[in-house]
Design a protein around this ligand. Structure first.
Ligand code: KG4
Ligand code: ZN
Length: 340
């Protein structure tokens, strides 16, 4: 099939603890999007257990796919589906392999093109799904459980990494601090909620800005929270959560704002699960309004892992002649590279 005829793409996402499938038309219209979260499965361990995640994907992927196809008016024969896009990295290897194997089998059976998609690029495309006319260049702050990156997008498909975390990812810091505070898993939403009730200035936690560039560091902050709570065991959890959240957000906003100014960004865009954070969203909007640039905050459903963003990124890659062979593998450390 010539690449220009690809319209309707089935996306598959199994890189971490969400099993997701989606059908997207023309790279931008979400026809169906089904996400099955494994949060309950991993909650009692306080984090994602890779072995359990892989096994759960094996059980969940086929019903999730069947539902996404049915909602899109298709069926298990793949009628009307022109191509299949699948996340093939970065992520948990056992989880990635489940999605990649299923995608390859379907591409072979349905005789449609296959394209492997980088999970980070998919998060960037989540924004374009909702707002295709974002101005270029864009500064994107991609903050999730596994990644904290600042990326310059000079146009769709063209990326430059500006900085990243040198230790914990922002979401990982939220999850670890929440576990320590006994707030359960996933920690980000739990801290975000209780922080609304607390005093963000009750504790002054460190804001680490390593080096002169755009890197981040959150492990010192996490240790400082632990030491403070051990020293003041009666302190209010809401105050600790609010002070911690403010410290993380201060650092994220300072770096993102400086990067946006330096590259002359037309807009600053959030991506990844931590982009659902209420304070981060408010502060980015305020900063962008002050700096006279656009702020783009994807809806919460598109911030966290989903397959619509995978289908959108796959459509883009296919339209740039980048179909993958049926020997496609999975790479837990896949890097973000520009198209073409
Ligand atoms: O992008 P995502 O769904 O999965 C990864 O690829 O990691 O992000 C999940 C991460 C978790 O660490 C979770 O705690 C964090 O995003 N998160 C939040 C919020 N909602 C999710 N962090 C802070 N505030 C939130 N409201
Ligand atoms: Zn993600």
């Amino acid at each position: 099939m010539a690449r220009s005829t690809v319209t309707r793409v089935l996306g598959i996402e199994t890189s971490c603890d969400e099993t997701a499938a989606s059908v997207v038309d023309g790279g931008s219209v979400i026809v169906s999007s089904v996400v099955s979260s494994q949060v309950d499965l991993h909650a009692r361990y306080g984090g994602v257990v890779p072995e359990l995640a892989g096994r759960a994907h094996v059980e969940l992927l086929t019903p999730v796919l069947a539902e996404a196809l049915a909602l899109a008016g298709s069926d298990p024969s793949g009628s009307g589906i022109d191509a299949i896009a699948v996340t093939n990295g970065p992520g948990l290897i056992g989880s990635l392999l489940v999605g990649v194997a299923e995608a390859k089998a379907l591409a072979l059976a349905w005789r449609v093109p296959l394209v492997g998609v980088n999970h980070l690029e998919a998060h960037l495309f989540a924004s374009l799904l909702e707002q295709p006319d974002l101005g270029w260049p864009l500064a994107v702050l991609l903050v999730s459980g596994g990644h904290t990156l600042l990326i310059e997008v000079s146009e769709p498909g063209r990326y430059r990494l500006l900085g990243g975390t040198i230790d914990d990812a922002a979401g990982e810091a939220f999850d670890k601090v929440a576990r320590f505070l006994g707030l359960g898993y996933p920690g980000g939403p739990a801290i975000d909620e209780i922080a609304e009730e607390g005093d963000p200035h009750a504790f002054s936690f460190p804001r680490s800005l390593p080096g002169g560039g755009y890197d981040f560091s959150f492990s010192g902050l996490k240790t400082s929270v632990v030491n403070t709570v051990r020293k003041h065991p009666d302190s209010s959890t809401a105050d600790v959560a609010a002070s911690f959240r403010l410290a993380v957000v201060d650092v994220l906003v300072a770096r993102a704002r400086a990067a946006a100014a330096d590259i002359g960004a037309k807009a600053l865009c959030l991506a990844g699960g931590v982009a659902a954070n209420a304070l981060l969203r408010r502060r980015i909007e305020e900063a962008c309004a002050e700096d006279g640039i656009g702020a783009f905050l994807p809806s919460r459903a598109l911030c966290t892992d989903n397959a619509a963003m995978v289908a959108a990124a796959g459509w883009w890659r296919l339209h740039h002649g980048e179909a993958s062979p049926l020997t496609l593998g999975a790479d837990p450390n896949l890097r973000l590279v520009s198209t073409g």
